[in-house]
Write a protein that binds this ligand. Sequence first.
Ligand code: KIV
Length: 326
Amino acid sequence: MRQSPILRDSRHIAPIRSPPTIKSRNHIGQNKILLTIARTRERDQKFLRALFPKSVKVLSVTALEKTAALKARANELGKPISALTAYDYPTARLLDEAGIDLILVGDSLGMVVLGYPDTTHVTMEHMLHHTAAAARGCEHAILLGDLPIRSYDTPEDALRNAQRLVEAGADAVKLEGGIRQAEKVKAITSAGIPVVGHLGMLPQRVKEEGGYKKKGKTEEQVVALCEGARALQEAGVCALVLESVLGAVAKDLSQQLTVPTIGIGCGHGNTHGEIAVITDLLGSYPWFVPPFAKPRADHGTSTHEAAKIFRDSIIPLDPPARKITD
Ligand code: KIV
């Protein structure tokens, strides 16, 4: 069985064993016990669910192994972390099979799949539906589920909704913001769920910010980025997405932090890895392309072409039948 490049390359991670063994038990709520098990495959989870009462939440220890390996990877030279978004089964499966390290079911879903003008319309129900679809196609990569706007207003909300994303198949969750999110990160990580932070341009705040603006241009912004990154790191994030941060600032942060950074719109070689929105990579959402996007395919044009070829290939009914009436 092919292993994720991260797991394969990590010397810190013990090989995955069979059959599944319970590694630890943590109380994550009044009636719930978190069982961490040694394997992630769906059939093992089914097996454990059958063995234990319904109130028991099964979280694969592989999620913790995978995110620990992500940190180990940040120390290795020449092996940057690769991350892409996916919102459905076939895309997640293709990316997983291509050896992408981390697949994000991002709330960019709202724009590039659901057709909303920005990510502020995305709900937990949207995220659960698409996380579950992507999870069915993702075997090796870390599957990261985005907590949408208003789903983590309090530490209690953050934990409850993180648990829902994990139940839908996410290995870890991501939330946006710095210092003000530290308590929420602690609430989620103390229940054994890995969290990825997100700093710089925060799409969920696009309305307050009046657009998608580069960060790290003023001293005040640099201080906010540094303080936010430190607070998130201390709160226990396993990685940090940096979005639209000035290259030099992103590099400085990446060199100071002890968690890996994954950049988007931060230039190249300034972070431990890079993430892209899949539709930007494939050119399948041509109506809004961020200035930093580097399309590697043109699915917009090939979809138009294929649709026209299909339309023109349809053979008319011969001989024509009677006129169709209502
Ligand atoms: O939702 C998303 O796709 C993201 C990426 C831009 C990192 O958060």
